[in-house]
Design a protein. Structure first.
Length: 256
């Protein structure tokens, strides 16, 4: 597996900024994001309806490792994890992780033995069809894959400490909108309970050596969250970035 510059950056205490993809499943979107300066792209399977063939195309046309492809799977099941990693994903994100058992399943599905139980297939897409040493591919893959668990439900927040304690989970990503819904506070990002939850996740990451991550929707929010302690930050998603730019541009052109 290729060296993962995003994992290396955040594990060393640095900050990495990327974006998310929900709508534009084109052969150019990865290169566009990379040339814009994104360091990673999260290709979403949870909310898009994208199937594995779409994800395969998106990963294949991503300029790895200039842009690190991460896939958010629909749910924590082995066949979702292993298939997208075999396609060449360099990171895996699981939504709504609510227990240590789910976090352990994510790790077991993403790593080769002896750490996990990922099935063996070599000289395929994930290693660029090269006939490299199998032992080295196993070692490299286990070291370089970025494993992200999302904390975005009341149950996940309740079990935060045990999830954070699971070895080989690299990142805890707080899903603010889902968490607000789960706590009965839809859209209330500034509510004290939401702000307290953010502090809880940051503190758990600090205690257990995990990287805190979040999605932001504006430059101001992004800067504030980095200052607050988040080190893996996704700046918006393709559809919202396009909507915002088009709305502002059309309004400016039409203005007297």
């Amino acid at each position: 597996m290729l060296a993962n510059p995003v994992k290396q950056m955040v594990k060393a205490g640095g900050v990495s900024v990327g974006t998310m993809m929900f709508e534009f499943n084109t052969t150019g979107i990865g290169r566009i994001a990379a040339n814009a300066g994104a360091e990673f792209a999260v290709y979403d399977m949870e909310h898009t309806g994208w199937d594995v063939e779409t994800i395969r195309m998106l990963i294949a046309t991503t300029p790895r490792p200039k842009l690190v492809p991460i896939v958010r799977i629909p749910t924590t099941q082995y066949h979702f994890v292993s298939r997208v990693l075999d396609m060449g994903a360099m990171g895996i994100m699981a939504p709504m992780v609510e227990s240590a058992a789910e976090a352990r399943l994510l790790v077991l599905s993403a790593k080769y033995p002896p750490v996990g139980r990922r099935g063996a297939a070599f000289s395929i897409a994930h290693d660029d069809y090269k006939n490299d040493s199998i032992a080295e591919v196993v070692r490299s893959s286990n070291a370089e894959v970025l494993i992200i668990a999302q904390i975005e439900t009341a149950a996940g927040l309740h079990n935060l400490e045990e999830i954070a304690a699971v070895a080989e989970i690299d990142v805890l990503w707080i899903g603010l909108y889902d968490l607000a819904n789960s706590l009965g506070l839809p859209g209330q990002m500034q509510h004290p309970q939401i702000q307290s939850a953010i502090d809880q996740v940051l503190a758990a990451c600090d205690r257990h050596g995990k990287v805190p991550a979040v999605l932001v929707t504006s430059v101001e929010e992004g800067r504030a969250q980095i200052q607050r302690g988040f080190r893996l930050v996704a700046f918006g998603g393709d559809v919202w970035i396009y909507q915002t730019a088009l709305t502002q541009g059309l309004a400016a052109v039409k203005a007297p």
